[in-house]
Design a protein around this ligand. Structure first.
Ligand SMILES: [Zn+2]
Length: 128
């Protein structure tokens, strides 16, 4: 059995236990992809919170910047199997890349984009 502690930030440490090197590697890759954001892609500050919103029985995973007035957001998609998620990095206009001649996302912002706080409020179901 292989054991590893993988520290993403001082307050965020993962314990990994696996039989094989490949599983350790896979676990680290998965953790890095999802949890390694250290700063907001828009303002560059480390004021990130994890948010799970529930809308009409669907869950939406995202990181939001808590720096006043920034409204930076990085949304996550959900894989159908395995309970894992992945970041949806977007282009400057807040849309995902659609063709191969476009860059996969806006490298300057690491694919973060501004969320429309009015739109978020409007999507919330009544009574919640
Ligand atoms: Zn920000």
């Amino acid at each position: 059995m292989l054991k590893a502690n993988f520290k993403v930030r001082p307050e965020l440490v993962f314990e990994i236990e696996a039989k094989e090197q490949k599983d350790v590697f896979r676990n680290i890759a998965s953790i890095q992809e999802v949890f390694s954001e250290k700063v907001c892609g828009l303002c560059g500050k480390p004021d990130i919170k994890f948010v799970v919103r529930e809308i009409e029985d669907n869950e939406f995973y995202e990181m939001q910047c808590t720096n006043a007035g920034c409204y930076g957001k990085l949304a996550f998609g959900q894989n159908k199997k395995g309970g894992t998620i992945y970041p949806i990095r977007k282009l400057k206009d807040g849309l995902p890349a659609k063709s191969e001649d476009q860059p996969p996302f806006d490298f300057k912002t690491s694919g973060w984009h501004k969320y429309d706080k009015n739109k978020v409020a409007a999507k919330k179901p009544a009574g919640k």
